[in-house]
Ligand binder design. Structure first.
Ligand code: HEC
Ligand code: HEC
Length: 351
Protein backbone atom coordinates (compact mmCIF):
# COMPACT_ATOMS: atom_id res chain seq x y z
CA UNK A 1 0.00 0.00 0.00
CA UNK A 2 2.71 2.44 1.02
CA UNK A 3 4.61 1.50 -2.11
CA UNK A 4 1.73 2.96 -4.13
CA UNK A 5 2.17 6.34 -2.46
CA UNK A 6 4.04 8.95 -4.51
CA UNK A 7 7.20 10.19 -2.72
CA UNK A 8 5.77 13.68 -2.00
CA UNK A 9 3.17 12.18 0.37
CA UNK A 10 5.65 12.05 3.27
CA UNK A 11 4.83 15.55 4.66
CA UNK A 12 1.13 14.89 4.25
CA UNK A 13 1.45 11.74 6.36
CA UNK A 14 3.32 13.72 9.01
CA UNK A 15 0.51 16.25 9.05
CA UNK A 16 -2.03 13.43 9.41
CA UNK A 17 -0.04 11.98 12.33
CA UNK A 18 0.10 15.37 14.02
CA UNK A 19 -3.66 15.78 13.53
CA UNK A 20 -4.31 12.31 14.97
CA UNK A 21 -2.15 13.17 17.97
CA UNK A 22 -4.12 16.41 18.55
CA UNK A 23 -7.41 14.55 18.19
CA UNK A 24 -6.23 11.95 20.70
CA UNK A 25 -5.21 14.70 23.12
CA UNK A 26 -8.58 16.38 22.64
CA UNK A 27 -10.33 13.07 23.24
CA UNK A 28 -8.27 12.61 26.39
CA UNK A 29 -9.35 16.02 27.61
CA UNK A 30 -12.94 15.10 26.88
CA UNK A 31 -12.60 11.90 28.90
CA UNK A 32 -10.98 13.84 31.74
CA UNK A 33 -13.83 16.39 31.65
CA UNK A 34 -16.45 13.61 31.69
CA UNK A 35 -14.68 11.98 34.64
CA UNK A 36 -14.58 15.30 36.49
CA UNK A 37 -18.33 15.65 35.97
CA UNK A 38 -18.86 12.26 37.59
CA UNK A 39 -16.55 13.01 40.51
CA UNK A 40 -17.40 16.73 40.95
CA UNK A 41 -20.78 17.31 39.28
CA UNK A 42 -21.64 20.94 38.56
CA UNK A 43 -23.98 22.54 41.09
CA UNK A 44 -27.56 22.02 39.92
CA UNK A 45 -28.58 25.23 38.15
CA UNK A 46 -32.26 25.19 39.05
CA UNK A 47 -32.26 28.97 39.31
CA UNK A 48 -30.71 31.55 37.00
CA UNK A 49 -27.75 33.52 38.30
CA UNK A 50 -28.47 36.08 40.97
CA UNK A 51 -28.38 39.67 39.91
CA UNK A 52 -29.28 42.42 42.30
CA UNK A 53 -31.67 45.06 41.17
CA UNK A 54 -29.84 47.57 43.30
CA UNK A 55 -26.56 46.92 41.50
CA UNK A 56 -27.80 46.32 37.98
CA UNK A 57 -31.25 47.85 37.71
CA UNK A 58 -33.48 46.73 34.90
CA UNK A 59 -31.77 47.55 31.60
CA UNK A 60 -33.78 49.54 29.05
CA UNK A 61 -36.76 47.58 27.72
CA UNK A 62 -36.11 45.47 24.65
CA UNK A 63 -32.35 45.59 25.03
CA UNK A 64 -31.85 42.49 27.12
CA UNK A 65 -33.17 39.02 27.80
CA UNK A 66 -31.82 38.46 31.27
CA UNK A 67 -34.30 36.27 33.15
CA UNK A 68 -35.85 37.48 36.36
CA UNK A 69 -35.03 35.39 39.41
CA UNK A 70 -37.15 32.23 39.16
CA UNK A 71 -39.57 31.14 41.88
CA UNK A 72 -39.06 27.70 43.43
CA UNK A 73 -40.86 24.83 41.70
CA UNK A 74 -44.28 24.11 43.25
CA UNK A 75 -43.48 20.38 42.88
CA UNK A 76 -41.00 20.87 45.73
CA UNK A 77 -43.65 21.99 48.24
CA UNK A 78 -43.35 19.40 51.01
CA UNK A 79 -46.11 16.86 51.69
CA UNK A 80 -46.48 18.03 55.28
CA UNK A 81 -48.94 20.16 57.25
CA UNK A 82 -46.80 23.20 56.38
CA UNK A 83 -46.86 22.12 52.73
CA UNK A 84 -50.66 22.03 52.84
CA UNK A 85 -50.68 25.61 54.16
CA UNK A 86 -48.29 26.72 51.41
CA UNK A 87 -50.50 25.16 48.74
CA UNK A 88 -53.61 26.73 50.25
CA UNK A 89 -51.85 30.11 50.43
CA UNK A 90 -51.02 29.89 46.74
CA UNK A 91 -54.64 29.04 45.94
CA UNK A 92 -55.80 32.03 48.03
CA UNK A 93 -53.51 34.33 46.04
CA UNK A 94 -54.64 32.94 42.69
CA UNK A 95 -58.39 32.56 43.44
CA UNK A 96 -58.96 35.00 46.29
CA UNK A 97 -62.56 35.80 45.38
CA UNK A 98 -63.54 32.13 45.29
CA UNK A 99 -62.48 31.73 48.95
CA UNK A 100 -62.70 35.21 50.48
CA UNK A 101 -64.85 37.30 48.11
CA UNK A 102 -68.49 38.39 48.37
CA UNK A 103 -69.63 34.76 47.88
CA UNK A 104 -66.41 33.15 49.10
CA UNK A 105 -66.38 29.65 50.57
CA UNK A 106 -64.11 30.54 53.53
CA UNK A 107 -65.79 33.82 54.53
CA UNK A 108 -66.50 37.28 53.15
CA UNK A 109 -63.45 39.46 53.55
CA UNK A 110 -62.59 40.92 50.14
CA UNK A 111 -64.12 42.40 46.98
CA UNK A 112 -64.33 40.30 43.82
CA UNK A 113 -60.68 40.71 42.87
CA UNK A 114 -57.80 38.26 43.29
CA UNK A 115 -54.34 39.01 44.67
CA UNK A 116 -53.09 37.54 41.39
CA UNK A 117 -54.87 40.25 39.36
CA UNK A 118 -52.04 42.53 40.45
CA UNK A 119 -49.40 39.98 41.56
CA UNK A 120 -49.28 38.00 38.31
CA UNK A 121 -48.72 34.23 38.26
CA UNK A 122 -49.34 34.05 42.01
CA UNK A 123 -46.69 36.72 42.53
CA UNK A 124 -43.91 35.02 40.57
CA UNK A 125 -43.89 36.95 37.26
CA UNK A 126 -40.87 39.25 36.90
CA UNK A 127 -41.62 42.88 37.84
CA UNK A 128 -45.38 42.21 37.84
CA UNK A 129 -45.60 42.99 41.57
CA UNK A 130 -43.41 39.97 42.21
CA UNK A 131 -43.34 38.57 45.78
CA UNK A 132 -39.92 36.91 45.90
CA UNK A 133 -38.29 39.58 48.06
CA UNK A 134 -41.04 39.61 50.69
CA UNK A 135 -39.63 36.93 53.00
CA UNK A 136 -36.16 38.51 52.88
CA UNK A 137 -37.30 42.10 53.47
CA UNK A 138 -40.04 41.75 56.13
CA UNK A 139 -40.45 42.56 58.95
CA UNK A 140 -39.48 46.07 57.91
CA UNK A 141 -40.05 49.65 58.96
CA UNK A 142 -42.61 51.11 56.60
CA UNK A 143 -42.85 54.86 56.30
CA UNK A 144 -46.55 54.72 55.38
CA UNK A 145 -47.53 53.37 58.79
CA UNK A 146 -44.43 54.49 60.67
CA UNK A 147 -44.25 51.01 62.20
CA UNK A 148 -42.38 47.76 61.71
CA UNK A 149 -44.63 45.49 59.66
CA UNK A 150 -44.48 41.72 59.43
CA UNK A 151 -45.67 39.80 56.38
CA UNK A 152 -49.12 39.31 57.96
CA UNK A 153 -49.59 43.04 58.43
CA UNK A 154 -48.42 43.76 54.87
CA UNK A 155 -50.95 41.23 53.56
CA UNK A 156 -53.68 42.96 55.59
CA UNK A 157 -52.69 46.26 53.96
CA UNK A 158 -53.46 44.83 50.51
CA UNK A 159 -56.66 43.13 51.71
CA UNK A 160 -57.98 46.39 53.13
CA UNK A 161 -56.74 48.81 50.50
CA UNK A 162 -56.36 46.89 47.23
CA UNK A 163 -59.19 44.41 47.82
CA UNK A 164 -61.36 46.94 49.69
CA UNK A 165 -61.84 44.34 52.41
CA UNK A 166 -61.28 43.68 56.09
CA UNK A 167 -58.45 41.91 57.87
CA UNK A 168 -58.50 38.14 58.18
CA UNK A 169 -58.89 37.00 61.79
CA UNK A 170 -55.48 36.82 63.48
CA UNK A 171 -54.34 33.22 63.62
CA UNK A 172 -56.87 32.05 61.01
CA UNK A 173 -55.83 29.28 58.67
CA UNK A 174 -56.13 31.69 55.73
CA UNK A 175 -53.78 34.23 57.27
CA UNK A 176 -51.30 31.50 58.21
CA UNK A 177 -51.47 30.05 54.69
CA UNK A 178 -50.80 33.36 52.93
CA UNK A 179 -47.77 34.01 55.13
CA UNK A 180 -46.55 30.43 54.62
CA UNK A 181 -46.78 30.78 50.85
CA UNK A 182 -44.90 34.09 50.80
CA UNK A 183 -42.21 32.67 53.09
CA UNK A 184 -41.85 29.59 50.91
CA UNK A 185 -41.51 31.71 47.75
CA UNK A 186 -38.68 33.70 49.28
CA UNK A 187 -36.78 30.74 50.73
CA UNK A 188 -33.07 30.79 50.03
CA UNK A 189 -32.95 34.55 49.48
CA UNK A 190 -30.68 36.09 52.10
CA UNK A 191 -32.23 38.54 54.55
CA UNK A 192 -32.26 42.05 53.18
CA UNK A 193 -31.07 41.01 49.72
CA UNK A 194 -32.88 42.61 46.82
CA UNK A 195 -33.32 40.26 43.95
CA UNK A 196 -33.67 41.13 40.28
CA UNK A 197 -37.25 40.96 39.02
CA UNK A 198 -39.06 41.57 42.31
CA UNK A 199 -41.66 44.23 42.90
CA UNK A 200 -42.25 46.61 40.00
CA UNK A 201 -40.05 47.75 37.13
CA UNK A 202 -38.30 51.12 37.17
CA UNK A 203 -39.79 53.80 34.97
CA UNK A 204 -38.33 57.24 34.23
CA UNK A 205 -40.43 60.32 34.96
CA UNK A 206 -41.84 62.17 31.98
CA UNK A 207 -40.62 65.75 31.49
CA UNK A 208 -44.30 66.81 31.53
CA UNK A 209 -47.39 66.00 33.58
CA UNK A 210 -49.08 62.69 32.75
CA UNK A 211 -52.16 63.46 30.65
CA UNK A 212 -55.51 61.78 31.38
CA UNK A 213 -56.95 62.97 28.04
CA UNK A 214 -54.19 61.28 26.04
CA UNK A 215 -54.54 58.34 28.45
CA UNK A 216 -58.20 57.93 27.59
CA UNK A 217 -57.21 57.28 23.96
CA UNK A 218 -54.53 54.79 25.05
CA UNK A 219 -57.16 53.07 27.18
CA UNK A 220 -59.61 52.83 24.27
CA UNK A 221 -56.94 51.40 21.97
CA UNK A 222 -55.13 49.02 24.32
CA UNK A 223 -57.16 48.19 27.44
CA UNK A 224 -60.86 48.56 26.80
CA UNK A 225 -61.28 45.30 24.86
CA UNK A 226 -60.79 43.39 28.13
CA UNK A 227 -61.45 45.84 30.96
CA UNK A 228 -64.58 47.28 29.32
CA UNK A 229 -65.65 50.72 28.10
CA UNK A 230 -66.40 51.93 31.64
CA UNK A 231 -63.53 50.09 33.36
CA UNK A 232 -65.89 47.68 35.09
CA UNK A 233 -64.14 44.53 33.85
CA UNK A 234 -65.86 41.29 32.90
CA UNK A 235 -67.31 38.94 35.55
CA UNK A 236 -66.13 35.30 35.47
CA UNK A 237 -68.66 32.81 34.06
CA UNK A 238 -69.14 31.19 37.52
CA UNK A 239 -70.03 34.57 39.01
CA UNK A 240 -67.17 34.39 41.55
CA UNK A 241 -64.71 37.11 40.68
CA UNK A 242 -63.69 38.35 37.27
CA UNK A 243 -62.34 37.13 34.01
CA UNK A 244 -61.05 40.70 33.50
CA UNK A 245 -60.86 42.68 36.73
CA UNK A 246 -62.25 46.22 37.05
CA UNK A 247 -59.89 49.21 36.83
CA UNK A 248 -62.24 51.71 38.45
CA UNK A 249 -65.75 51.93 39.87
CA UNK A 250 -67.20 50.28 43.00
CA UNK A 251 -65.57 46.87 42.44
CA UNK A 252 -62.02 48.20 42.02
CA UNK A 253 -59.08 49.00 44.31
CA UNK A 254 -59.52 51.89 46.74
CA UNK A 255 -57.87 55.30 46.69
CA UNK A 256 -55.66 54.10 49.59
CA UNK A 257 -54.14 51.27 47.50
CA UNK A 258 -50.61 51.17 46.14
CA UNK A 259 -51.93 51.30 42.56
CA UNK A 260 -53.56 54.65 43.25
CA UNK A 261 -50.09 56.16 43.17
CA UNK A 262 -49.50 57.03 39.53
CA UNK A 263 -45.96 55.63 39.51
CA UNK A 264 -47.10 52.20 40.78
CA UNK A 265 -49.88 51.90 38.20
CA UNK A 266 -47.64 53.14 35.36
CA UNK A 267 -44.84 50.74 36.36
CA UNK A 268 -47.26 47.83 36.60
CA UNK A 269 -48.88 48.66 33.24
CA UNK A 270 -45.47 49.05 31.58
CA UNK A 271 -44.27 45.58 32.62
CA UNK A 272 -47.53 43.64 32.51
CA UNK A 273 -50.27 45.16 30.35
CA UNK A 274 -51.99 44.69 27.96
CA UNK A 275 -52.14 41.15 29.34
CA UNK A 276 -49.33 39.18 27.70
CA UNK A 277 -46.79 42.00 27.89
CA UNK A 278 -43.73 41.28 30.05
CA UNK A 279 -41.04 43.50 31.52
CA UNK A 280 -38.61 42.55 28.74
CA UNK A 281 -41.32 42.64 26.05
CA UNK A 282 -43.37 45.70 26.99
CA UNK A 283 -46.15 46.86 24.74
CA UNK A 284 -46.52 50.43 25.98
CA UNK A 285 -44.12 53.33 25.59
CA UNK A 286 -43.19 55.04 28.87
CA UNK A 287 -45.47 57.95 27.95
CA UNK A 288 -48.40 55.61 27.22
CA UNK A 289 -47.91 53.89 30.58
CA UNK A 290 -47.94 57.22 32.46
CA UNK A 291 -50.86 58.67 30.48
CA UNK A 292 -53.08 55.60 30.75
CA UNK A 293 -52.33 55.48 34.49
CA UNK A 294 -53.37 59.14 34.73
CA UNK A 295 -56.64 58.35 32.96
CA UNK A 296 -57.44 55.30 35.12
CA UNK A 297 -56.61 57.02 38.39
CA UNK A 298 -58.70 60.07 37.46
CA UNK A 299 -61.83 57.86 37.42
CA UNK A 300 -64.08 57.26 40.47
CA UNK A 301 -63.25 54.42 42.90
CA UNK A 302 -63.97 53.42 46.51
CA UNK A 303 -62.65 55.84 49.12
CA UNK A 304 -60.83 54.58 52.17
CA UNK A 305 -59.87 57.10 54.85
CA UNK A 306 -56.28 56.68 56.07
CA UNK A 307 -55.85 59.23 58.85
CA UNK A 308 -52.78 57.49 60.26
CA UNK A 309 -50.74 57.20 57.05
CA UNK A 310 -47.38 58.97 56.79
CA UNK A 311 -46.91 60.02 60.41
CA UNK A 312 -43.67 61.63 59.19
CA UNK A 313 -44.82 63.75 56.25
CA UNK A 314 -41.25 64.14 54.99
CA UNK A 315 -41.35 60.44 54.05
CA UNK A 316 -44.43 60.77 51.86
CA UNK A 317 -43.68 59.64 48.28
CA UNK A 318 -43.64 62.54 45.85
CA UNK A 319 -46.57 61.09 43.87
CA UNK A 320 -48.81 60.46 46.87
CA UNK A 321 -52.04 62.02 45.60
CA UNK A 322 -53.28 63.43 48.93
CA UNK A 323 -51.91 66.28 51.04
CA UNK A 324 -50.77 67.68 53.33
CA UNK A 325 -47.27 68.04 51.89
CA UNK A 326 -44.09 69.55 53.24
CA UNK A 327 -43.49 71.48 49.99
CA UNK A 328 -45.37 74.12 47.98
CA UNK A 329 -46.29 71.95 44.99
CA UNK A 330 -50.01 71.57 44.29
CA UNK A 331 -51.95 68.38 45.01
CA UNK A 332 -52.54 68.09 41.26
CA UNK A 333 -48.82 68.17 40.52
CA UNK A 334 -48.22 65.55 43.24
CA UNK A 335 -50.80 63.35 41.53
CA UNK A 336 -49.96 63.80 37.81
CA UNK A 337 -46.53 65.42 37.69
CA UNK A 338 -44.31 66.77 36.30
CA UNK A 339 -42.46 64.90 39.04
CA UNK A 340 -38.86 65.89 38.38
CA UNK A 341 -39.14 69.29 40.11
CA UNK A 342 -40.74 67.63 43.16
CA UNK A 343 -38.08 64.91 43.19
CA UNK A 344 -35.37 67.59 43.03
CA UNK A 345 -36.92 69.26 46.09
CA UNK A 346 -36.69 65.97 48.04
CA UNK A 347 -33.20 64.60 47.40
CA UNK A 348 -33.48 62.48 50.56
CA UNK A 349 -36.41 60.40 49.23
CA UNK A 350 -35.82 57.26 47.16
CA UNK A 351 -37.57 57.37 43.79
C1 HEC B 1 -55.23 46.13 43.02
C2 HEC B 1 -53.92 45.53 43.00
C3 HEC B 1 -53.49 44.64 44.14
C4 HEC B 1 -54.15 43.57 44.69
C5 HEC B 1 -55.49 43.02 44.29
C6 HEC B 1 -53.29 43.04 45.73
N1 HEC B 1 -52.15 43.77 45.80
FE1 HEC B 1 -50.56 43.40 47.03
N2 HEC B 1 -49.59 45.01 46.26
C7 HEC B 1 -50.06 45.81 45.24
C8 HEC B 1 -49.09 46.84 44.98
C9 HEC B 1 -49.21 47.93 43.91
C10 HEC B 1 -48.01 46.64 45.88
C11 HEC B 1 -46.74 47.48 46.03
C12 HEC B 1 -47.25 48.72 46.67
C13 HEC B 1 -46.26 49.63 47.24
O1 HEC B 1 -45.24 49.16 47.76
O2 HEC B 1 -46.56 50.82 47.20
C14 HEC B 1 -48.37 45.47 46.66
C15 HEC B 1 -47.57 44.93 47.66
C16 HEC B 1 -47.82 43.75 48.32
C17 HEC B 1 -46.90 43.11 49.24
C18 HEC B 1 -45.52 43.64 49.61
C19 HEC B 1 -44.55 43.30 48.52
C20 HEC B 1 -43.15 43.77 48.78
O3 HEC B 1 -42.22 43.25 48.12
O4 HEC B 1 -42.95 44.66 49.62
C21 HEC B 1 -47.50 41.97 49.68
C22 HEC B 1 -46.93 40.95 50.63
C23 HEC B 1 -48.79 41.91 49.03
N3 HEC B 1 -48.95 43.00 48.22
C24 HEC B 1 -49.71 40.89 49.23
C25 HEC B 1 -50.97 40.86 48.64
C26 HEC B 1 -51.93 39.81 48.90
C27 HEC B 1 -51.70 38.60 49.78
C28 HEC B 1 -53.04 40.14 48.18
C29 HEC B 1 -54.36 39.42 48.17
C30 HEC B 1 -54.95 39.16 49.46
C31 HEC B 1 -52.74 41.36 47.44
N4 HEC B 1 -51.48 41.76 47.75
C32 HEC B 1 -53.61 41.97 46.55
C33 HEC B 1 -51.25 45.68 44.56
C34 HEC B 1 -52.22 44.75 44.84
C1 HEC C 1 -56.22 40.81 26.72
C2 HEC C 1 -56.96 41.31 27.85
C3 HEC C 1 -56.37 42.50 28.57
C4 HEC C 1 -55.99 43.71 28.06
C5 HEC C 1 -56.05 44.19 26.60
C6 HEC C 1 -55.54 44.51 29.18
N1 HEC C 1 -55.66 43.80 30.35
FE1 HEC C 1 -55.25 44.46 32.23
N2 HEC C 1 -55.70 42.65 32.96
C7 HEC C 1 -56.12 41.56 32.24
C8 HEC C 1 -56.24 40.40 33.10
C9 HEC C 1 -56.69 39.02 32.68
C10 HEC C 1 -55.85 40.83 34.38
C11 HEC C 1 -55.77 39.96 35.63
C12 HEC C 1 -54.56 39.08 35.52
C13 HEC C 1 -54.63 37.83 36.38
O1 HEC C 1 -55.49 37.74 37.24
O2 HEC C 1 -53.77 36.94 36.15
C14 HEC C 1 -55.54 42.26 34.26
C15 HEC C 1 -55.18 43.05 35.34
C16 HEC C 1 -54.93 44.42 35.26
C17 HEC C 1 -54.66 45.27 36.39
C18 HEC C 1 -54.58 44.89 37.85
C19 HEC C 1 -55.91 44.50 38.41
C20 HEC C 1 -56.93 45.60 38.43
O3 HEC C 1 -58.06 45.33 37.99
O4 HEC C 1 -56.66 46.72 38.89
C21 HEC C 1 -54.43 46.53 35.88
C22 HEC C 1 -54.13 47.78 36.66
C23 HEC C 1 -54.56 46.44 34.45
N3 HEC C 1 -54.88 45.15 34.11
C24 HEC C 1 -54.38 47.49 33.59
C25 HEC C 1 -54.45 47.38 32.20
C26 HEC C 1 -54.13 48.46 31.30
C27 HEC C 1 -53.66 49.84 31.72
C28 HEC C 1 -54.31 47.99 30.04
C29 HEC C 1 -54.07 48.70 28.75
C30 HEC C 1 -52.75 49.29 28.57
C31 HEC C 1 -54.75 46.62 30.16
N4 HEC C 1 -54.83 46.29 31.48
C32 HEC C 1 -55.07 45.81 29.07
C33 HEC C 1 -56.40 41.54 30.89
C34 HEC C 1 -56.16 42.56 30.01
Amino acid sequence: MSAALPPDHGPRLARLARWLLLAAAGGGLLVAWALSQVCWPAQPTARPALATEAADGPPPPGSYHRPAYAAPDTATIPRTALGADIRYGRALVAHTAQYLGPSGTAGHYTNGMNCQNCHLDAGTRGFANNYLAVAATYPKLRARSGTVEGIDRRVTDCIERSLNGRALPAGSREQRALVAYLAWLGQGIAKGKKVYGTGLTKLAYLPRAADPVVGRAVYAAKCQSCHGPSGQGQPAPDGRGYQYPPLWGPGSYTDAAGLYRLSSLARYAKAAMPYGATFDRPQLTDAQAWDVAAFINSQPRPHRPTPHDWPDLRQKPIDHPFGPYTDGFSARQHKYGPFQPIAAAHPDLAH
